[in-house]
Design a protein. Structure first.
Ligand SMILES: [Cu+2]
Length: 302
């Protein structure tokens, strides 16, 4: 080994060592900052907690990519800084005239290919899981409207309702602002829920981060997504496709409840929304479906 390659070898070893050190420091810091709450918290850097298998897989895939990116970025940065310092004019007055290095060129072509192949395996596996639909236990249709969501439970006859954001002044203690809705979507725990997503006017997007679910709502086109929540609780999401002036004010609120609570809710909801439904039909005959519902509510029909 000649003197030059010895120096290069030293530089490479230094870069590897520095990469390992800085990666460790960065990842230690980031790991500590990852939040596990199912609500956004101040200064959060990680995701909201996952309550479905798909969401958990998304999180671990993200973490895996993050580790990989950190190592690659730090390695390239350190190597670059070392090269700038080591081969500056003062320290290296006569530059090398080498133009090619076959082994090095093969290495820096093969290494990224291997990295991409390693990424593709969990990536395709996750994509396949998200889009292979298990047999649903509950089917809900979510319709995006400017600016609220309408839900109908496809296997529960006429069960349909609208879901508006609760305004700041009407919030009860403990209800998060901009996320709470007057009527929540209620689903049973550990059951496959298939959501059919459409829009009545412009593009919207039905998103619940804790479920790892996000799908565009497109007028005239039905898209599907599914989730199986494994923890009881209330989960929130927001419309995630710019849809106009009140885009930020059409949240999604989903309550995951036990089977018994779900059955009880169905009975209650069918009664409650049946009167709303008839008011809506009446109002729509009078003109303006959207305004009809609001009118029905204001006049206390609900
Ligand atoms: Cu929207």
């Amino acid at each position: 080994m000649d003197c030059k390659s010895l120096k290069l070898g030293k530089g490479f070893a230094f870069a590897v060592f520095a990469t390992a050190f800085f990666s460790f420091v960065v990842l230690l810091f980031v790991q500590g900052a990852l939040a596990e709450s199912t609500l956004p918290v101040s200064y959060q850097t990680g995701f909201q907690g996952a309550v479905t298998e798909v969401a958990e897989d998304i999180h671990s895939f993200h973490a895996f990519l993050f580790y990989l990116i950190t190592v690659v970025t730090i390695f390239v940065t350190v190597l670059l800084l070392y090269t700038i310092y080591r081969f500056r004019e003062g320290a290296n007055p006569i530059p090398s005239t080498n133009a090619h290095h076959t082994l090095l060129e093969v290495a820096w072509t093969i290494a990224p290919i291997i990295i991409l192949l390693v990424i593709s395996i969990p990536s395709f596996r996750l994509l396949y899981k998200q889009y292979s639909f298990p047999k649903p236990d509950v089917v809900i249709k979510a319709t995006g409207n400017q600016w609220y969501w309408s839900y109908s439970y496809k296997d529960q006859g006429e069960l349909e309702f609208d879901s508006y954001m609760v305004k700041d002044e009407d919030l009860k203690p403990g209800q998060p602002r901009l996320l709470t809705t007057d009527n929540a979507v209620v689903v049973p725990i550990n059951k496959v829920v298939e959501v059919h997503i459409v829009a009545s006017d412009v593009l919207h997007n039905w998103t619940v981060p804790a479920f790892g679910v996000k799908s565009d709502a497109v007028p005239g086109r039905l898209l599907r997504t599914w989730f199986k929540a494994t923890k009881l609780g209330t989960y929130y999401g927001q419309c995630s496709e710019l849809c106009g002036k009140d885009h930020a004010f059409m949240p999604i609120m989903v309550k995951v409840v036990s089977d018994a609570d779900y059955a009880a809710w169905l009975v209650k909801a069918k009664e409650e929304f049946a009167s709303l439904e008839s008011a809506k039909k009446f109002a729509s005959r009078q003109g303006g479906l959207k305004y009809g519902v609001r009118t029905a509510r204001l006049s206390g029909v609900k």
